[in-house]
Ligand binder design. Structure first.
Ligand code: PLP
Length: 380
């Protein structure tokens, strides 16, 4: 029986060749020639002034909040239905995450919920492009501008997606990307911060490197310059090995996304009459990067049993993403009923750029049988 993984990173010979070149160079560490080149290419690709290559999206979120001045006593409103990195980042700076519920049709942060949560301690908002689908930035930006709040885009899953014709990653004044192995383009682990604000980018770059500037450049200067530590920075640099991989991956965004789009379109076609699932909805003004393909099961379906059947047949699946406010670490009384419902009913089925048409059909065949076997008495 052939197994069909839920996710698969499309890394190949070209990425290997790029790594080999770094091995032959003098600088495998971060902020070297590869990292600098990647930053220029990222800024160009996304049409933003500045890109800072970082070790992860979590690092990018952390440094954005520091650079934006969020700290103890502040509240930061975060999208609830997501991998909970945004709320974690708010905790890193000793501020308080406030969870905003999401739209039932898209799973993205609900602008009305954001507006309702703004109070005297609110410093800003972190919106998430949920598993690759951009949030409502026109509405969000008008709310944050009106209240003098910052707006950060967590575009971890959304490389290649668009909103009103603009690329995800350039939809808010500060955006954070992930290049983790489960995202659309990857270097295993990795991330970046994108912004039009030069001072903010410089601040983030400094804090990503122990609070000391440009070691790679210093090494080339004649004489004995002794760089100074001006911040208690972190080590959040992306290695030049990872940067070299990402330079190749950046050139493959459209190719890889096209293949994911084909898979999504085929799932939608094959499942369009299946009354026990709701397919992902993509509003007309945006496109999806398809980091995940999450179906919402009819409430009467036993999700765990369906997942067990899929896995027994070698088909990878998962619950999708999380209702952040329900995670024990946050100990909150807040309620986000829409997010909680999506968290309970979601089923992620295989989505990556290497899936074949036959595999997609097999996933759907096994899924249909499992749904019939585990639909409750009150389901359609
Ligand atoms: C994966 C993910 C992250 C974390 O990215 P890392 O690069 O692993 O830190 C952050 N936010 C969202 C929405 C994610 O899906």
């Amino acid at each position: 029986m052939e197994s069909i993984p839920l996710v698969h990173a499309s890394l190949g010979e070209r990425e290997l060749a790029a790594v080999k070149e770094v091995f032959a160079s003098e600088w495998p560490a971060g902020q070297g020639p590869r990292g600098k080149a990647l930053e220029r290419e990222l800024a160009g690709h996304f049409g933003v002034g500045e890109a800072v290559a970082l070790s992860s999206c979590a690092a990018a979120l952390h440094l954005s909040l520091l650079a934006l001045g969020a700290g103890p006593g502040d509240e930061v409103i975060v999208a609830d239905y997501t991998f909970p990195a945004p709320a974690h980042a708010v905790r890193y700076v000793d501020a308080d995450p406030i969870f905003a519920d999401v739209r039932a049709d898209t799973g993205t942060i609900d602008p009305e919920a954001v507006a309702d949560l703004i109070g005297p301690r609110t410093a800003g908002v972190i919106a998430v492009d949920t598993v690759g689908l951009p949030a409502d930035y026109a509405e969000l930006k008008s709310i944050t501008d009106r209240h003098g709040l910052f707006l950060v885009e967590d575009a971890a899953c959304a490389v290649g997606a668009t909103y009103q014709g603009r690329p995800a990653g350039a939809l808010a004044p500060v955006a954070c990307l992930s290049f983790h192995g489960r995202k659309g383009i990857t270097s295993g682990e990795g991330g970046a911060l994108l912004t039009g604000d030069q001072a903010l980018a410089a601040n983030v770059r400094l804090r990503s490197s122990f609070g000391i500037g440009g070691i790679a450049e210093q090494a080339r200067v004649i004489g004995l310059p002794i760089p100074e530590f001006t911040e208690t920075g972190y080590n959040y640099k992306l290695s030049d090995i990872a940067a070299a991989i990402l330079q190749v991956q950046l050139g493959r965004i459209e190719e890889l996304l096209d293949r994911r789009r084909t898979v999504a379109a085929r799932y939608a076609e094959l499942l369009k009459d299946e009354e026990l699932v709701t397919l992902p909805h993509v509003p007309d003004d945006r496109t999806h990067a398809w980091q995940s393909y999450i179906l919402m099961l009819d409430p009467g379906v036993d999700r765990a049993a369906v997942a067990a059947d899929l896995r027994a047949q070698g088909i990878g699946c998962g619950h999708g993403t999380w209702a952040s406010h329900l995670q024990p670490v946050y100990e909150t009384d807040q309620k986000c009923p829409v997010s909680a419902d999506l968290f309970q009913r979601g089923l992620a089925i295989p989505m990556h750029a290497e899936l074949t048409p036959n595999q997609v059909e097999r996933v759907v065949d096994v899924l249909r049988a499992a749904l019939r076997a585990h639909a409750g008495p009150h389901t359609a």
